[in-house]
Design a protein around this ligand. Structure first.
Ligand SMILES: *Cc1c(COP(=O)(O)O)cnc(C)c1O
Length: 402
């Protein structure tokens, strides 16, 4: 259950509360926090060891994809997710592409994908030559386990290697769960639904580093998961990603695929299959190592900011479900209707407050409009995406509070 569920019926669309909300937010930033310049949506903070580690990487001569910082980065990613293994990648999309390949996603397969996520999630499916099968979201914008269950029960047949989508005949190879804005998806139910069909769950934890689900870190809650270290994420490498898993053999396969399938053979450069140059450069790893040291600090500050926002706003927020501790990567308010959302985006941005709408639901993007959708439709995704707005949530604003 979430705050959204408890909040009662949707009110009439009226712009008064939008103006009021804008005023209160403005006074929070300008008066209480004393910030006069533009309030960015998510600006990184480099006040830890970031400069020192990047300099150390430069001084060492190890700037490319081999070197001590890349190994350290992998250890830190494993530690941050409680996973046994982590493999560094150039970004989160590449991590997801490799994660899908590593669990056997092949050209022509279907991969179940929530109707709301960053476009990288579904692009990674397409990069495998596979196609998405879109399923609606729950009240926290994550893959709805009930809708997943009915899709598998009613629209698919068989299980495991022979699980097929009835009307297209395509094999269903995996399901991706996304922790949107840092709030963990209902992984218990998603894992149960998937395991009933021997279907592999891939966790897109790009936004949820540091979030806990029933006391366990996001990223390692299923067979394989991915992280992103893009510039706007909680922890950044400039650009970067990682695949995490508890499966040692799978991790070895993933590393092989990300490093041009190179095989050791004396002085020879030998490669035993077509693979990818996806390994994270050392310079980026150095930056990420310094940032990862501050993960707890970032999460503490973001949670304090989320609490403060809830006290200010008097509107509904996407909030952490029970039994989870969210990193609140991006705070999100839910307005009464799309017209109010547009008004709020306009009013805040005019006053130098960088708010942004939720992503357009993935099945509406031109390249995915013809994709398979579960028969139950994506009404919830359409509704929530049209009313959700992200508020400035960067570590600098958050730090001003704690
Ligand atoms: C950021 C993000 C990605 C992709 O990460 P990049 O590092 O930008 O490639 C994938 N999925 C989700 C949900 C994201 O937010």
């Amino acid at each position: 259950m979430t705050e959204l569920d408890q909040s009662g019926s949707i009110g009439r669309c009226a712009s008064n509360y939008v103006q009021d909300l804008t005023d209160r937010l403005e006074s929070f930033y300008r008066v209480e926090l004393g910030i006069q310049e533009t309030i960015p949506l998510h600006e990184p903070s480099f006040s830890g060891r970031e400069w020192a580690y990047v300099k150390e990487a430069l001084d060492s001569g190890w700037v490319s994809s081999v070197g001590p910082f890349v190994d350290r980065f992998e250890q830190a990613c494993a530690a941050a997710t409680g996973a046994a293994e982590a493999v560094a990648t150039v970004n989160g999309t590449a991590a997801l592409h490799i994660a899908l390949l590593s669990v056997g996603v092949k050209p022509g397969d279907l991969v179940v994908c929530p109707a709301i996520s960053f476009v990288g999630t579904v692009n990674a499916i397409a990069h495998c030559g596979a196609e998405p099968a879109f399923v609606d979201v729950d009240s926290n914008l994550a893959l709805c386990p009930r809708r997943l269950g009915s899709f598998l029960h009613e629209e698919c047949t068989g299980s495991g290697e022979s699980l097929r989508h009835r009307s297209t005949g395509q094999r269903v190879a995996a399901v991706i769960a996304v922790h949107v804005f840092g709030h963990p998806a209902n992984m218990t139910q998603i894992n149960v639904m998937a395991s009933n069909f021997a279907l592999t769950v891939v966790e897109d934890a790009a936004e949820s580093i540091g979030s806990l689900y029933m006391g366990r870190e996001c990223g390692a809650l299923s067979r394989v998961g991915i992280l992103s270290f893009n510039g706007n994420k909680t922890v950044t490498a400039g650009g970067g990603g990682a695949v995490v898993t508890n499966d040692v053999d799978l991790a070895r396969r993933i590393k092989h695929l990300t490093t041009t399938a190179r095989v050791a053979n004396g002085f020879e450069f030998d490669h035993d299959e077509i693979a990818y140059n996806y390994r994270l450069p050392s310079l980026n790893a150095a930056l990420a190592c310094a940032q990862l040291e501050r993960l707890e600090e970032f999460v503490r500050a973001k949670r304090a900011l989320a609490e403060r926002y809830r006290a200010i706003a008097g509107v509904r927020f996407l909030a952490e479900p029970v039994h989870v501790k969210s990193n609140y990567w991006l705070n999100a308010v839910l307005l009464d209707c799309k017209a109010d959302r547009d008004l709020f985006l306009q009013a805040t941005n005019e006053r130098g407050i960088q708010t942004r709408p939720c992503w357009r639901p993935l099945p509406l993007l031109p390249m995915y409009q013809a994709a398979v959708r579960a028969e139950a439709g994506i009404a919830r995704a359409l509704d929530l995406a049209s009313r959700t707005v992200n508020l400035p949530s960067g570590p600098k604003i958050a730090a001003a509070l704690v």
